[in-house]
Write a protein that binds this ligand. Sequence first.
Ligand code: SF4
Length: 225
Amino acid sequence: MARGNAVHAAIELVGNDMLVHGEATPIDIADTQLEECMEAEFAAVEVWRDDRFKVEAITRLNFEAWYWEVLPNLEVPTSVEGPFRVLLDEDEERRIWLTGTMDWVQSDRIIDWKNPSKPYARWEKQRWDNQSTVYSYAVASETGDWSPKKFDLCMLCNGDVHWVHITRDEADWAALRDKCRALADLVAAPLKVWPQAWNSWYCSPKWCTAWDTCRGQFYPKGEPW
Ligand code: SF4
């Protein structure tokens, strides 16, 4: 988390410079900004789940890769870390709003920065990624332009750059609306329990704060894999 947050924060500063001045921050200043972002982010870490020096090294590698390999191919953004709140659905009883913050938007696409340990598979993201559907819907809704939208995941992995390019259109947004209606019904239902979701890296004693009282109660010796 801290690694990704620091890289995000440094990219945001460069992007804001581009918004104001029309050009990117020089590398020496950008590097200084990265160090300040790292200091601020890492000071807030309570438990290091990875070696701190390794995290610092990868953070620097990822930002350098972004600066030299990604930035030269970007347009001046139209927004950086821009918040949105758009209406997805409404009936007589309820409204469903989508909210979030987009890392980077430019004239031809939305871009989201990721710092995973290994690249994602494109087919998985195209098939079930929610973020791309929500963000592209928000852009279409805000601009009134309902043509297909491009959403790019830019993955910075140990100093290497990988891309997943996703396209979303009206069929995806209609399916999202249907999915969220069902989810809203579930939230409104007087359920005593919720289905457990195991199919994520998050479902582990390392990351989930509810592990001990949820799935983890059946594995008293710790992580079972
Ligand atoms: S352990 Fe956490 S992530 Fe896994 S099912 Fe329970 S609440 Fe969800």
